[in-house]
Design a protein around this ligand. Structure first.
Ligand code: FAD
Length: 420
């Protein structure tokens, strides 16, 4: 209360809106949850700090389970009319071209036995257009949330800087879906526990030629490792470097970087020089963390705000989507009853905690046993034995495509435009 009054004495609030659910963050978790709640007639305000959804570093993968959820919503066919590519195999090769590992998604028992690659901005815009059909949905772009409203030890909404100054949204429930550097998490005093990731990522694009092949490929050798994601005319390249190694890469210079790239990926010899400036290459610090408690009275964290995902396996979007679905399944009725209790918020965390911890442990296994040894220049890379186990090869696409316990919408929440 003291903090709140000192805030109000120094900042003038232009307007105050009232809503049932205020969602901070227009990533996959926040956007899907907005749509799900708005479909149920719950008033939702979605606040996103950027002025659009175009972001380069979010990953473009839509996994089989997410497609099943789109099908439940009656949106799958229309979503697949947008430009996309489909990947049904993931292959890891060494520089000697030996195939060390192949994961085949095409055997999965689903209508969508592949990973759909679509610019995430298009996916989010598609969901936003759907949400806009519901009168209870309100989207504010350019809304940078910087304060929580606290009333009687409960979170009662947020304050954001937006058009013209400070605005307030008062809400029964505030959702922090604002990603890995969550401001809501910090303001609520919910501290993540970091687990160490042995690598960082350099993220850039290289032209893709028809004879290149397709899909999702990994290449490893000579102390280097990269992942290639088929983006039709281009490869999205994730060039993996040891944690903290970025300064050394910059000091060695761009010519040396191109040379290293060609060493691990000789096919890029004729186009490595399309990389002419460090601005074309984004540095992404890889993190992994888990918040021990995802909620406070009136507030819940979901997606990366609750558990930052390493990019290994490209599962972060899928997990953010599953958090949104679980939140809608559990909290729709309490929101309709206008009564959110801590036990409802705890139920969301309980449902999502084990699958999340499981996938983070799985990512950590791959990071420690595969990626760390791949980045060791002192030794010739030898694929770990578990990659050859048929059981692992069968389980891998399942775990990546669906997670540990696949989450679906409750029957009463699926179907078209019900319950407006
Ligand atoms: C290099 C890299 C590559 C990756 N590749 C993949 C991949 O291929 N596939 C995959 O599944 N996952 C991938 N991931 C992980 C994935 O990006 C995340 O797990 C996923 O985006 C989490 O979704 P989210 O909705 O929780 O948060 P985010 O997608 O991070 O969205 C959070 C949103 O909140 C907004 N926001 C932040 N602060 C505020 C504020 N104060 N006020 C208002 N809005 C705010 C942000 O602008 C953002 O739009 C990758 C991650 C990295 C680092």
């Amino acid at each position: 209360m003291i903090l709140q009054s000192s805030f109000l004495s120094t900042h003038q609030i232009i307007d105050t809106q009232q809503t049932d659910c205020c969602i901070v963050g227009g990533g996959p978790a926040g956007v899907l949850l907005s749509l799900l709640l708005a479909r149920q007639g719950i008033s939702v305000t979605l606040l996103e700090t950027h002025k659009d959804f175009d972001r380069d570093f979010r990953g473009d993968t839509i996994h089989p389970l997410t497609m099943e959820i789109m099908e439940q919503l009656g949106l799958a066919d229309r979503l697949l009319q947008l430009p996309h590519t489909k990947i049904d195999q993931l292959t890891l090769r060494t520089t000697e071209q030996d195939i060390s590992f192949t994961a085949d998604f095409s055997h999965l028992k689903t209508h969508y036995p592949y990973v759909t690659i679509m610019p995430q901005a298009r996916f989010l815009e598609f969901l936003i257009e759907e949400a806009k059909q519901y009168p209870h949905f309100r989207l504010v772009l350019g809304a940078n949330v910087q304060e929580l409203i606290e009333e009687d030890d409960s979170i009662a909404g947020v304050r954001y800087r937006g058009q013209g100054g400070w605005h307030e949204v008062k809400a029964l429930l505030t959702i922090g879906a604002d990603g890995r550097h969550s401001r809501v998490r910090e303001l609520a005093g919910l501290k993540p526990v970091q687990s160490s990731a042995p690598m960082d990522v350099l993220w850039f694009r290289i032209p893709r030629l028809p004879e290149d092949g397709s899909g999702l490929n990994g290449r490893v050798g000579k102390g280097k490792m990269l992942a290639l994601l088929d983006r039709s005319e281009q490869w999205q390249v994730a060039y993996i470097i040891p944690k903290g190694g970025y300064q050394q890469v910059r000091t060695e210079g761009l010519a040396k970087f191109r040379q290293n790239l060609v060493e691990v990926m000789p096919e890029f010899k004729d186009r490595a020089d399309t990389l002419q400036d460090w601005h074309q290459i984004a540095f992404l610090s890889v993190e992994s963390s888990f918040v021990p408690c995802w909620y406070r009275s009136g507030l819940l964290l979901i997606g990366d705000a609750a558990h930052v995902m390493s990019p290994v396996g490209g599962v972060g979007i899928n997990y953010a989507i599953q958090d949104a679905v679980t939140t809608a399944n559990i909290l729709t009725q309490p929101l309709k009853n206008k009564q959110i209790q801590d036990k409802d918020l705890a139920a969301v965390q309980r449902r999502r905690e084990i699958p999340t911890r499981f996938i983070q442990a799985f990512q950590s296994l791959l990071q420690q046993r595969l990626i760390k040894s791949a980045l060791d220049e002192q030794q010739t890379f030898k694929a770990p034995a578990f990659l050859r186990l048929p059981l692992f090869r069968n389980l891998f696409p399942r775990i990546i495509g669906f997670g540990l316990f696949p989450v679906h919408l409750k029957d009463e929440f699926s179907g078209l435009k019900n319950n407006i």
